[in-house]
Design a protein around this ligand. Structure first.
Ligand SMILES: NC(=O)c1ccc[n+]([C@@H]2O[C@H](COP(=O)([O-])OP(=O)(O)OC[C@H]3O[C@@H](n4cnc5c(N)ncnc54)[C@H](O)[C@@H]3O)[C@@H](O)[C@H]2O)c1
Length: 288
């Protein structure tokens, strides 16, 4: 993107964490912001912050896992601003636990939000982006989309899929002479956000069935403790947002805000190259 001034930027999950930081970061460059989030109080708070800074803002309640809801978000954006230039498919949820302890509702919730949310964003916004003079689309994956850490099965699966999806989109947009759409994927390490309490937005019909065993509760508690400790030491979301904004200006695909993880990504690729079994990432923690 040559300039972000007066551009229309849509951010999903803009009520909190990385999404809010993206909204504030693009606003600081003079963009108009669509704040999309499922959580009412969080969304309203971000809208308030932006409006207090004089940014032209539209708040929209959206559930990214629901196709009709994302279609309505695209319609509301066009109705208000007439065009859209940057889409940040950022909303996401996380949950821990070993694969043997997962219930189908765990898979469904995480895949619906983290993967289908991005698919819906591409489906309903890409036509508008292709129609713009220049545009950018990104998705927030994770280092968990490049290395597979035990205890994060659904999350890893969703983020690996998002990386593959965005990489494919990158190639297709590069080859498309009519489109002027840059593509990025953000793969952060640990960031100080509210993702540890992602269950707050889990729909009632996708909540876990009680199994009567203590195993799941125990694993969940251990994971939560570790996640809380890591989040304490996590990166400031504003720093992550700057990496994304720079990438959208420079049209860079990979956004690795935590380059220290490149070592384990390289180790994984090397093992693959040698057809060796996967080695455990050096930053691995199983919650002990
Ligand atoms: N925090 C980290 O350490 C970390 C690391 C790597 C990747 N990520 C990814 O970053 C993204 C943002 O997460 P975060 O860490 O800022 O967490 P967060 O919980 O602070 O923010 C996520 C936002 O998404 C919203 N949301 C949840 N479900 C939604 C839905 N169905 N529809 C619309 N909005 C929904 C929440 O209301 C919240 O405002 C996620 O995709 C997450 O997987 C986070």
């Amino acid at each position: 993107m040559r300039s972000l001034k007066d551009r229309v930027v849509v951010v999903t999950g803009a009520g909190s964490g990385i999404g809010r930081a993206l909204a504030l970061g693009y606003a600081a460059r003079g963009s108009k912001i669509v704040v999309a989030d499922v959580q009412d109080d969080a969304r309203t708070e971000t809208v308030g912050l932006l409006e207090a800074g004089g940014t032209e803002t539209l708040g929209v309640k959206v559930d990214v896992s629901d196709a009709a809801s994302v279609e309505a978000l695209a319609d509301a954006t066009i109705e208000r601003f007439g065009e859209v230039h940057v889409v940040c498919n950022n909303a996401g949820v996380g949950g821990g636990g070993l694969i043997k302890d997962q219930q189908l509702v765990d898979w469904k919730w995480v895949i619906d939000v983290n993967l289908w949310g991005v698919i819906h964003g591409i489906q309903y916004f890409l036509p508008h982006l292709r129609a713009a003079d220049e545009a950018h689309i990104m998705a927030t994956a994770s280092v968990a989309g490049l290395t597979a850490t035990p205890g994060l099965g659904p999350y890893n699966a969703s983020k690996f899929a998002v990386v593959g999806l965005m990489e494919t989109l990158f190639h297709e947009m590069e080859r498309d002479d009519e489109a002027n759409v840059g593509v990025s994927v953000l793969c952060p390490g640990v960031v100080k956000t509210n993702i540890i309490t992602a269950q707050r937005n889990r729909p009632a019909h996708l909540r876990r069935q009680r199994t009567g065993t203590v195993v799941n509760e125990d694993a969940r508690r251990r994971n939560a403790n570790v996640a809380a400790a890591l989040a304490e030491r996590g990166m400031d979301p504003a720093e992550v947002a700057e990496c994304v904004i720079d990438a959208s200006i420079e049209r860079r695909f990979w956004v690795l805000s935590h380059p220290e993880h490149l070592v384990e990504i390289e180790q994984r690729n090397l093992a693959l190259h040698q057809l060796a079994n996967p080695a455990l990432a050096t930053s691995f923690t199983d919650g002990e």
